[in-house]
Design a protein around this ligand. Sequence first.
Ligand code: PXP
Length: 249
Amino acid sequence: MEHLRLGVNIDHVATVRNARGGAYPDPLRAAKLAEEAGADGITAHLREDRRHITDADIEGLTEALAVPLNFEMAATEEMQAIALRHKPHAVCIVPEKREERTTEGGLEVAQDENRLAHFIAPLAEAGCRVSIFIAADPRQIEAANRIGAQVIELHTGAYCDAHAEGRFDDRDAELERLRDMSAFGHSLGLEVHAGHGLTYDTVAPIAAFPELRELNIGHFLVGEAIFRGLTPAIAEMRRLMDEARGVTP
Ligand code: PXP
């Protein structure tokens, strides 16, 4: 099986920093450490309200990272201009509601195809790999393909929530859906990623999907770093991903 990349999302290092309004802890330092710990990429979401990552963080990450930056953004003109200025390796288009605590669902691509096709075209022309964060739904996957996205990221939140709440039948149904849609996306020629809510307990069945090329994981790793440190937290996630894919150390 091909190498499954691990993108480490450092948003919540910025959440802790912003709780005190100062400069500590620095998400850029976390990103460099994650890089040394074996992250294949760094993911950061610049939200409209700047609740965690700031414009200055994106500038710092663009300058300092050796691994690719995956810039998560809403489909707004403001974010498009920022992405075109920094030209990150990848942009991931996510839905964004001001009142939500986190990215709750996937992007509604099927009902917004024209606008999204025009929105992503300049990003792709600027050399960014364009990823669309969507639910594991064939309508959305087909629409993402039609608008010219190179990558889809499947939302694993419902699967992880069902696991956490002990709804194991729902969890297994979600897992089945994600597995089928990973294969479907790949069959259309899309590169398939996944993420949201993944933990040590939920990562293995997802990491075993043969078509999958990347996982993006943030909240759990930043939380786990409190207990065991960021480097061991990432190393354990890497180990579980490799084990699920039958990679021998
Ligand atoms: N992928 C996307 C597109 C996201 O929006 C997020 C959350 O910002 C993640 C992955 C990571 O989710 P989590 O922080 O729950 O691991």
